[in-house]
Design a protein. Structure first.
Length: 279
């Protein structure tokens, strides 16, 4: 097994062990999603995406311990670190819009957690539209690290909520394309793949879909993004091409208001059976 895979496996095993200890009987499941679940994880460019389902809201001390466990693994983690959200199991089984969360951690917020852990944990809860997309990916391709199987824990995300999550994520694509062209281009590719064909894809798969389905004029910018994502190569498309692609792709997507769900709660399809998996 390649060294990065061994390192990822070791990190996940340590986190599962700590989270089981911290949350005890309240823990319902731990799920890996994102690039690692899709099989296109890259140590230098990917983060480790986790969803933690709990039966009851964690206490302040439990939240601090959950974050402390991630911070303790930071030195052994990939450069992009972890993205982790704690959600109530009942909101996974019966979808709520926007998705509420009890705790969120990512590299973007790591400094605030390191500066004042109790204060950051107290602030970091609310509702997040992006979690609809994370739920959909976890149900479709997620890996159950511990607890109830992802296919039964997560109900089907209504298409309107998934579409709204996509539009929320790409809304500033033109402005962002100059700073992070690889992320923006591939994210737009997978957004277009869902809008046109209903596909739930990784960034890599979205780029590959784009090369097969989008006009040839955009193939160089998509190819440059894939090279950057897969191999860490410099983004070598002509200046302004990422922004031009973003503007073109957004014209193929409706405005966010067109996909915004109008109701807060949906009734999920009842699972026929439940299984558990553990590491």
């Amino acid at each position: 097994m390649p060294q990065p895979c061994q390192a990822l496996h070791g990190l996940l095993k340590a986190i599962v062990r700590e989270y089981r200890r911290i949350l005890g009987s309240s823990l319902a499941g731990i799920y890996l999603h994102g690039s690692a679940a899709f099989g296109c994880f890259r140590w230098q460019t990917s983060d480790i995406d986790l969803l933690v389902a709990v039966k009851a809201p964690p206490s302040a001390l439990q939240k601090e311990a959950l974050v402390r466990a991630l911070l303790a693994q930071n030195g052994a983690a990939p450069p992009a670190g972890f993205e982790m959200s704690v959600v109530l199991a009942r909101c996974c089984r019966q979808f709520v819009w926007p998705v509420p969360y009890e705790l969120h951690f990512s590299n973007m917020h790591r400094a605030s957690f390191e500066k004042d852990l109790p204060a950051a944990c107290a602030r970091m809860h609310g509702a997040d539209k992006d979690l609809a997309a994370h739920f959909a990916v976890t149900r479709a391709a997620g890996i159950t690290l511990w607890g109830e199987n992802a296919r039964t824990m997560f109900c089907a995300v209504p298409p309107g909520a998934y579409k709204a999550a996509i539009l929320h994520d790409v809304g500033t694509a033109v402005q962002d394309a100059g700073q992070k062209p690889v992320y923006v281009v591939l994210n737009l590719c997978r957004a277009l793949s869902f809008w046109r064909q209903g596909l739930v894809l990784s960034k890599q798969q979205g780029g590959e879909w784009a090369l097969a389905h989008l006009p040839p004029q955009w193939h160089p910018v998509v190819h440059a993004a894939l090279q950057g994502y897969l191999y860490g190569a410099p983004f070598c498309a002509p200046a302004g091409q990422a922004q031009a692609f973003a503007a073109w792709a957004l014209r193929g997507l409706p405005p966010p208001s067109a996909a915004s769900p109008t109701t807060r709660r949906w009734r999920p399809t009842a699972p026929t059976s439940r299984t558990c998996a553990s590491t």
